[in-house]
Design a protein around this ligand. Structure first.
Ligand code: SF4
Length: 204
């Protein structure tokens, strides 16, 4: 295990810094991963299951990678799956969906993401959804950022970022054919990246 990773996880899972979130922190921790995926925040199913993307959005997300011969269990065992915040923010009474984390929660939880970047030194980070994109590359307009490879710097390390739209069934962004083409381009960029090839070369 990467030195300090176990200690980091202990700190993360014990964290109760934010007063308005629910349940224990969730992260799909993979020691030594060179590929990270960052989502927005866990939902209630993820808290119950103790792993990210445990429900319908996960089915769609993992389905996207099957075209490259990688199934859900392979993905989960090789890719460090985390999020902008690690606890369930609760429901948004207006939208009926999950509440978007606020600035204080994002700032509180940034220390966990920074520590993971310092420990894992990922070559590629996949940002899932607009909040993860905003946090990692400072932009969130999907039409402008999906289908491209970005360069980011955080916690003293430089790495590539490829953005995917959130796979939630609530999102209508993928209803347009041109947006689905951008998604395909992002997936191709991920699968062609050296970090992906190194990650899944070892899977036999
Ligand atoms: S959201 Fe992050 S900072 Fe806030 S309590 Fe959960 S783990 Fe801690």
């Amino acid at each position: 295990m990467v030195a300090g990773f176990a200690e980091h996880l202990k700190t993360l899972y014990a964290c109760r810094l934010c007063p308005n979130v629910f349940g224990a922190p969730v992260t799909g921790a993979v020691a030594g991963a060179k590929l990270m995926l960052v989502g927005q925040a866990p939902g209630p199913h993820e808290v119950e299951d103790r792993r990210p993307f445990a429900y319908t959005a996960g089915k769609r997300l993992f389905g996207w990678f099957e075209r490259f011969g990688v199934d859900e269990s392979q993905f989960r065992s090789r890719v460090h799956m985390c999020a902008v915040i690690r606890c369930f923010p609760g429901r948004d009474p207006k939208s009926g969906g999950d509440r978007v984390p606020n600035a204080e929660e994002i700032a509180n939880c940034a220390a966990h993401l920074d520590r993971e970047i310092q420990l894992l030194v990922p070559k590629l980070v996949v940002a899932v959804g607009t909040l993860a994109a905003q946090v990692l590359i400072g932009e969130s307009e999907l039409r402008r950022i999906v289908g491209k490879k970005h360069r980011a710097e955080r916690a003293g390390h430089k790495f590539d970022v490829v953005v995917l739209p959130h796979p939630s069934g609530r999102s209508t962004w993928l209803n347009k054919e041109e947006n689905r083409a951008l998604l395909d381009r992002s997936l191709e960029l991920i699968a062609a990246h050296a970090a992906w090839r190194a990650t899944f070369r070892r899977r036999k």
